[in-house]
Design a protein around this ligand. Structure first.
Ligand code: PA5
Length: 363
């Protein structure tokens, strides 16, 4: 009989050679570099001609790893903006889009079909366009129409460029008076990302590393991820999408307190052995009653000890950074522990290729 056994996940995650072998395109290094990425993005945004009049409404059009920048802007604007801010994920824009609209189109590749359709519609309706992209058709379109363009660093997977995209999208809103000055906030977020990389990075052993511990706890489980406050809700989405793409696992995510009104029924009788509850709490953004609501739902489900991550203190972007760093490291470790390469997204690529406007066209 062969004596070979599967090594425990923690020993895989604490072995540098095994990490390098299982993460050949270095997603962990990308995650660890998020703070530097935010600083570069701030300089790029500050160099772009984004200043303009206060719009009647801001619409951010983008998909997937780019589109979440729109969710971030909507979360930041919630308590700050006098005008509505909406993230749109699809080809079509709402009927109200017109000359008073600031349309921020965000696509890392610049070639995402839905985002390009939304831009065409927005331009036809007279919206003012700002493009955030590393190139592609979106950059060409912005240049040909004389629209402001923030050119972000290329060469990454879109989801590994979160801060390259979030910073200019938020800066576009700042430059028209929708958000107050952001520089200090972005710098604080960059510092948090560096701190989290030091605390959660691959050099820190599982015994002292909450992201590795979370990945081990989530192995062979369905993560149920809830976030509180506007920031926690975006972080829950990011946790889900990062686990989908980095670890290739399904995840259920929701926002509190809304999840108390429906998701909770999907867990009737308790979490059960095959699920793990992840709670991303942003106490600074919670309503006064949310703490009690969270205690109540945990008691109702009989969950004494969820995987809890707190957003801590600081401005919105810094608190978000604390939670997204946890999501990004945990999901990458989960992929590595599962033995899947975190970087490639073959099924997603296949779907996008099948739906590209050029698919099926005569050669
Ligand atoms: O994470 C990914 O790779 C995807 O979700 C993409 O972000 C999505 O398909 C949109 O592509 P792009 O970001 O290039 O516009």
């Amino acid at each position: 009989m062969s004596g070979s056994t599967t090594p425990p996940a923690s020993s895989v995650l604490d072995d540098p050679a095994e990490l390098a072998r299982r993460d050949p395109e270095a997603m962990l290094a990308e995650v660890a570099g998020a703070g530097g990425q935010a600083r570069v993005a701030l300089r790029a945004a500050q160099a772009a001609p984004l200043v303009g009049p206060l719009p009647e409404v801001v619409v951010v059009a983008g998909m997937g790893g780019s589109g979440i920048a729109g969710d971030v802007l909507a979360a930041l604007s919630f308590h700050e903006s006098a005008v509505p801010v909406l993230a749109v994920k699809g080809d079509r824009l709402p009927a109200f889009v017109g000359p008073g609209t600031l349309l921020v189109a965000v696509s890392y590749s610049g070639n995402t079909a839905e985002t390009l359709s939304a831009v065409e519609q927005g331009m036809a309706a007279g919206a003012r366009l700002v493009a955030v992209t590393s190139g592609g058709a979106l950059a060409e379109l912005a240049q040909s129409r004389g629209a402001p363009l923030v050119a972000v660093e290329g060469g990454r997977m879109p989801r590994a460029a979160l801060w390259s995209l979030v910073v200019p999208v938020c800066s576009a809103a700042e430059a028209v008076g929708v958000l107050p000055p952001l520089t200090d906030q972005v710098c604080a977020a960059a510092d948090v990302l560096d701190e989290e990389a030091a605390a959660l990075g691959p050099e820190v052993a599982t015994a002292d590393n909450p992201a590795k511990q979370a990945a081990v706890a989530l192995l062979d489980r369905l993560p149920v991820v809830w976030g509180s406050g506007q920031v926690g809700a975006v972080a829950a989405t990011r946790f889900r999408t990062q686990c989908n793409e980095n670890a290739k696992v399904p995840v259920v995510s929701g926002a509190l307190p809304e999840a108390d009104h429906n998701d909770v029924m999907g867990l009737e009788g308790g979490l059960g052995p095959g699920r793990e509850l992840v709670l991303l709490r942003d106490e600074a953004g919670e309503h006064d009653r949310d703490g009690r609501r969270i205690q109540a739902v945990l008691a109702a489900l009989g969950v004494a000890d969820p995987l809890l991550r707190m957003a801590g203190k600081g401005p919105d972007l810094a608190r978000l950074a604390r939670l997204t760093a946890f999501a990004d490291f945990t999901s990458t470790y989960l992929g590595i522990a599962r033995g899947v390469d975190p970087t490639p997204i073959r099924t997603l690529d296949q779907v996008k290729a099948a739906l590209s406007p050029r698919a099926g066209a005569p050669r």
